[in-house]
Design a protein around this ligand. Structure first.
Ligand code: TYD
Length: 337
């Protein structure tokens, strides 16, 4: 069994930590170094179950800092998987600058490190949001990139550099573009964890506009498994969509979460001012990743129920988050709506 070393940036975040837990539990030949800047959404508790594994190493640092990236790579590594990103659309509307630094400059710094250290594979974890709003049909990987939020534009900026490095230098890159992801350990600023924790606390939930926007949902474990699969089996220079064709309107999600938490629509739902430039619909065609051998396993209904149970049982995880920086953010984001 040949030992391999993967550097996972953003490994203390939501999808990154699911990937780290999965790899360390299921792949004994792989050693993991997490490089994470420990900004607000990172949480060491997300990897507590695996942090004592001798195959796990942690480096605190920013992907936009070449010295930190060099420290993480150490004597060399076989692959870098880039989960490190600012990811929340609403925060990008309030304050786009951090998105440019991490998602654009950070990606550039990683690509340069891949060249300098001759890393065999670089996988950029991206998002369906780079395709922009999709009126009808599904986005395939060759659909034009038409980002419409500062967040989506910063991710598209990262993706375009990744593809340009492949064309120019032959850098062995891959990109995955996932759809909206849900599951345990998700910071409660995104729709599902925000609504679940608010409902469990007895608070109201803020539905933007008419709530008829459509998102396609993938479970975090399926998403993480898809990324590992593309890393090992994908063709360098290619993009792979990871989605499950589970379209739901936000109102449908809200209704289901009310049922699962035993709360009542009238007392709990508040329609608030819509998000600026709000994309109405995302929809991915994931047949290319499926042809490569990836198949999502978690049915949406089961995944959602388990996620609600997880948040119900893990108050100790989310309560401290909802008190600190989060409170100021929530006030800034929602008080005027
Ligand atoms: P979000 O989880 O922020 O993901 P994205 O914007 O990347 O799709 O939002 C998912 C959908 O839920 C989106 O249409 C916006 C909506 N939404 C609300 O209605 N209220 C909220 O408080 C949040 C955070 C999102």
């Amino acid at each position: 069994m040949s030992v391999r070393h993967w550097v996972v940036t953003g490994g203390l975040g939501f999808i990154g930590s699911a990937f780290v837990r999965q790899v360390l539990c299921e792949r004994p030949e792989i050693h993991v170094t997490v490089l994470d800047a420990m900004t607000y959404a990172a949480n060491p508790a997300n990897v507590a179950d695996v942090a004592r594994d001798p195959r796990y190493r942690f480096v605190k640092g920013d992907i936009a800092d070449p010295a930190a990236v060099d420290r993480a790579i150490g004597e060399g590594c076989d692959a870098i998987v880039n989960f490190a990103a600012e990811t929340h659309v609403d925060r990008s509307i309030l304050d786009p600058e951090a998105f440019i630094r991490t998602d654009v400059v950070g990606t550039h710094v990683l690509l340069e490190a891949v060249r300098r250290h001759a890393v065999a594979r670089f996988l950029q974890v991206s998002t369906d949001e780079v395709y922009g709003h999709v009126e009808e049909g599904l986005s395939t990987e060759d659909a034009p990139v038409r980002p419409r939020s500062p967040y989506a534009a910063s991710k598209a900026g990262g993706d375009l550099q990744v593809l340009a490095y492949h064309a120019t230098y032959g850098t062995p890159v891959l990109i995955t573009r996932g759809s909206n992801t849900y599951g345990p350990f998700q910071y409660p600023e995104k729709l599902i964890p925000l609504f679940v924790t608010n409902l469990l606390e007895g608070a109201t939930v803020p539905v933007y506009g008419d709530g008829l926007q459509i998102r396609d949902w993938v479970h975090v474990d399926d998403h993480a498994r898809g990324i590992a699969h593309v890393l090992e089996c994908g063709t360098p220079g290619h993009v792979y969509n990871l989605g499950c064709a589970n379209p739901r309107t936000n109102l449908e999600i809200t209704q289901r979460l009310l049922e699962l938490t035993g709360r009542d629509w009238k007392a709990s739902v508040r329609h608030v001012t819509d998000r600026l430039g709000h994309d109405r619909r995302y929809a991915l065609d994931a047949s290319k990743a499926q042809a490569l051998g990836w198949a999502p396993r978690v049915p949406f209904e089961t995944g959602l129920e388990e996620t609600v149970s997880w948040y119900r049982e893990r108050e100790a995880w989310w309560r401290p988050i909802k008190s600190g920086e989060y409170k100021a953010y929530y006030e800034r984001q929602y008080a005027h709506r």
